[in-house]
Every structure is written in C-alpha cells, then in structure tokens.
Design a protein around this ligand. Structure first.
Ligand SMILES: [Zn+2]
Length: 445
C-alpha cells in the first residue's frame, strides 16, 4: 500500500499556502535567510533532560525554531551544518559578574564594557549578570542592556543590577531601590559585610521589601551562615556567594527549600584571593591566552613579586583558602539537596586588590571547580545555563528550546564525559549568528 503524506505549512507572508511532500528528513517551505540547521549533533538543551544523540537544531531569525531527533523537519534552503561528533550546549550564563570599567582604561566607557562582553563571548559565556556597577559604568550598562535584543548580537548579553542598593535608613534604602527599578535593573543586590558602614537589619530588610513591591529579585552578598539565614528570614531570593564559615545545617537547607532560595557559589572568587601567592600555571595555558588582549594589564600585576608577597602576608589569604574548602563542602550539600544552583564567579569586579578575576576564563574554571566539588557534569551544565536563567529571571535564554534566542556553543568533545570539554569550543553563536572572532579551537588537556 502506498501512503502519501501531505504537510501543509503557512508561510510567513500569511496568505500563501505551500504543500510539500514529506521526505526524510522532511523539507518545509523556503526558509528565511539566515536559517541554519545543525544535523547529527549531540544536543544538551540545558533543562537537565538527557541529551539528544544525532539530533537536529534549527535556528532562524535569531531564535531556536526546532530541536529534536534526526527526523526533525528542516526548512528548504536552510544552511545545513553537519555537526557529527560535536555537542551543542546553550551559551553559558554567569549569574554573578561585574561589568566594571577599568579605572585606568583609556578607552571610552562603552568601548571598554563592550570589549569585556566580547571576551566573555569568546569563552562561550553568552550572558552575564552584573551584580554591582560603579558610578563610572552604571548608566552605560543599562544602555547596553536595552540595545541587545537583536539578531546578530556580537557580544555577550548583559543583565545589570546597577549600583548595589544602599541606605542609611530604611527610607533611603527604599529610594535607592526605586531608582534602580526606574532604570530597569534586572535584580537588586545588597551586602551584609560587617564593616562599619554596614546597614542595620531594618534597613536592608526594607531593600528586600521594596524590591519585591517592584517585582524584582534580591541577591545578597554574605559570608557567614548566620547572615544568610537572617537575609532568608527577611525574604531574600538569592545567596550571591557561598556560605564559608560552617557546614550548612539541615534546618538551613530546609528553609532554603521552603522559601525557594537559590545559591551562587562563586568559587573562583575565593580562588582569586590566594592563588596569586605564586604565579599559577594556568596563566600559560593557550586557552587562557585567548583573552590576553583584555587580561594583559592584570597579568602584569598578579605576576609581580611585590603583589605576590602582599598576598602571602595578608591574613585574608589563609581565611579564604579555608573558606573555599568549606564552600566546596556546602555546594555538594546544597546541590545534593536539590537547591537551585546558578554558576557565578564575581569576575570583573573593580576595586583595589580585586585583580585576577578573568572575565570569560574564570567561568570555565568555575564549571570545573563545581564539578570537583561534587556536582555531576550535567548538573554543572544546567546550573550554568537553564537554571542560571531561571534563578535570575532572564527571559528567552538558557535553554535550547523553540522560541528562545539561539545562543549556543558548539563543542568538539562531550562535556558529560569530562567537564573540561566545555573548553573545546568550535564556535559560539549569539542570537543566531556565529561569532567571527573566536580564536581557533584549543585542545583540552
Ligand atoms: Zn560580586
């Protein structure tokens, strides 16, 4: 018996109908220009679902339009890319970064921020969340954020919280949140620091309350579990660093679960505090050197004998080395308990002493450290893509699902076999366009 199937497709033009016979793989009506179909790819979609083997992913007009097995329809005229042996993952998302202008930079602020966003992109980081601007770069950050919803963006997306919320009184704190809300901040961040200028509890509590009134999530800088608990009791949404003074207790984990509080470990932030006692070997890696045009100035600082001696003598160095060991333990406890984890690094932060937090490279190191702390490669990937988007409320990014922006990384080796394979970048795509200036593929070690 001969069975003929007809597939009816409405063209974008609206009125015309085309009838095409289904073949294998089927062809649809003529694709809009710029339509690309990856075939024979392993596709990890960022939701945590098992990968699709030998799958097809179609992107058009900057967005994912189809994803599925080999039988997935490919529009006629689409550019086909045979991705045999390659793995497609969503572009990585860093939920705790700082897009701060270099104080000594000679470039205009906008150009300096853009070169940073391009460096992130070169490392496969296609979205970055700035949890703290400086006066010098805050407004340009908001401008860049407004300009990025377009096809063919050639830099990482930026989502900014603007300046950290602050106030001497609850009223001042609310005013500070209102200003940020008017600027369309992605989220609100504040600090519990134990410095003389620290806000008292009613003041920072007003930040949380006012942010929620404006529909904004709140992230808090903490170090101690007691502070994290106090912030949680007052309704905070996100812990922006690891708890580093003790094991998180079952009661603490239960409260995080009940209140849907999520967690950004920022392990490389702590690494950067003590790793420059001497010159770390990674500075010589070809993969690190990919970012050298941006990193150069700070490489000179962290390799200088005077700086390294200062690090060795600083009492903070030892405290943070121990703090990182504790952070690793807590990440495992929280991940095993099912708490939403989002990748974040604190890369790029401006300010005296905060050097060597490499934008782009450290997101890659962070993923490796999260894996070493006890998260499976799949959990690390979800924390660095789909869950990072969810935790920060980012729309239309994070997963390779129809309707989302086509932000993705093509890898030459499977990151589920070894998390370091996230470094085997073949190409980076943002809003449906391949970045032209990604350095040649670098072998994993
Ligand atoms: Zn930070």
């Amino acid at each position: 018996m001969i069975r003929t199937t007809f597939h009816v497709v409405a063209l974008v033009a609206g009125t015309a109908l085309a009838i095409a016979t289904l073949a294998s793989p089927p062809s649809l009506a003529q694709a809009p220009q710029g339509t690309v179909a990856f075939t024979n790819a392993r596709i990890i979609d960022g939701t945590g679902r098992a990968p699709i083997e030998r799958g097809t992913l179609v992107i058009s007009n900057g967005h994912v339009t189809a994803v599925g097995p080999a039988s997935t329809a490919i529009p006629a005229g689409a550019q086909r890319i045979d991705a045999s042996g390659k793995t497609l993952v969503p572009g990585f998302i860093n939920d705790h970064a700082h897009l701060n202008v270099d104080r000594g930079a000679t470039l205009p602020v906008r150009d300096d921020l853009i070169r940073r966003l391009k460096t992130y992109a070169d490392y496969g980081v296609t979205s970055t969340v700035s949890l703290g601007s400086t006066q010098a770069d805050e407004l340009e950050g908001f401008t860049l954020m407004q300009e990025q919803d377009r096809v063919g963006l050639d830099r990482a997306r930026l989502y900014t919280a603007g300046l950290n919320a602050i106030g001497k009184t609850p009223e001042e704190a609310r005013t500070s949140v209102d200003r940020l809300a008017d600027l369309h901040a992605q989220a609100i961040k504040f600090h519990i620091n134990h410095t003389p200028n620290d806000m008292n509890r009613p003041t920072w509590s007003a930040i949380i309350d006012e942010s929620h009134k404006k529909g904004l999530k709140v992230a808090v800088h903490i170090y101690y579990m007691e502070d994290a608990k106090a912030a949680m009791d007052e309704g905070v949404d996100i812990l922006a660093h690891s708890v580093r003074d003790q094991d998180v207790t079952p009661a603490f984990i239960a409260e995080m679960k009940e209140k849907h509080v999520s967690y950004i470990p920022t392990l490389t932030r702590d690494l950067s505090v003590f790793v420059y006692e001497t010159t770390p070997a990674f500075l010589k890696e070809p993969f690190f050197q990919r970012g050298m045009s941006l990193y150069k100035e700070q490489v000179d600082i962290v390799t200088s004998p005077a700086f390294q001696e200062k690090v060795r003598k600083d009492p903070t160095t030892e405290m943070i080395r121990k703090g990182l060991a504790q952070a690793n333990r807590n990440l495992k406890l929280l991940s095993d308990a099912g708490i939403p984890i989002a990748m974040g690094t604190d890369s790029g932060v401006a300010g005296a002493g905060n050097v060597g937090r490499w934008q782009g490279y450290f997101e890659q190191v962070e993923m490796e450290m999260m894996n070493k702390a006890g998260m499976s490669p799949m959990k690390v990937l979800v924390a660095s893509t789909g869950d990072a988007a969810k935790v920060m409320g980012l729309k239309n990014v994070g997963t390779l699902q129809p309707g989302n922006w086509a932000d993705l990384v093509v890898l030459r080796a499977n990151p589920l076999d070894n998390i370091r394979n996230t470094r085997t970048i073949d190409s980076v795509w943002i809003a449906g366009a391949k970045l032209a200036d990604v350095a040649p593929a670098t072998a994993t070690r």
